[in-house]
Design a binder for this molecule. Sequence first.
Ligand code: MG
Length: 320
Amino acid sequence: MSTTASPSPTAGSIPPRVRLVEVGPRDGLQHEAGSVSSGTRVAFIEQLADAGLRTIEVGSFVRPDLVPQMAGTEEVLKGLGPREGVTYLALVPNRRGLDRALAGGVRAIAVFTAASKAFARANIGMTIDESLGKFRDLVADARGSGLFVRGYISTCWWCPYDGPVAPAGILPIARELLSMGCQELSLADTAGAATPGEVRRLLELVLPEIPAGQLAVHFHDTRGTALANVLASLELGITTIDASAGGLGGCPFAPGALGNLATEDLLYMLHGMGIATGVDIELVRRGSKLLETALGRKLPSRYLQAGPPPRRASSGDAGA
Ligand code: MG
């Protein structure tokens, strides 16, 4: 056997720095059974900003009767006030939502469509084309008002109703969102079913046309593959990753299972690989603990529960 290690095909291609988009205060809280007060939401978001997170999804301007967890997003924004270097992102489904976002002083919004027809119908009550048609004016108006616009494409790999989603269907949706003015696209594994080979296949299809700098990945850990999927994405040059503090959110399609990849678990892997994020993992953990108290339950992040590993013994073998 040769003693010379040959470099792995991906060596050197892992980006040295990654940008996290923290989605816990919106995508996470929205899928929790209990609501937390606006004051707690503000304290949570401030803690995440203190930790160094620079893009934080703070709420959504949807109908409070449909999504009671996000009622009071105006109040949350008022409580936060602007913060140098931090972008607060809010989900906006329609014109009325955009008006509310603008009145609340939001500088960045996200719109949301799906790659699966069945999911679009069930989740946003329209076809994919209808949703894109509706966003065209909305995104133009938002951009005209100087807002940053992110587009989510949910169910990029797997639909909770229809099963596997063909990668070829993603590109036309992505193209359309970019052409209407979205500046960043987040490709989401809503069902938490993707595995690294599938992640690679889709990214290899999309990346020749859409630069990595305009793409984010949003993985769910429902079946334990989120970090492996992040690694596959990093190896293809993706540098923006969505995550949710504490793993807030759960999975609406598999009660009791995990949803969003936990910010702490992602940070632990990235920092261990020498990838810079500018985020302090222990300060994120402090934010997650605030939410554990408010929700009255343990959050699923492994790092949150386990804490930092014991310091390596200076000599000898600690055992397997
Ligand atoms: Mg999610």
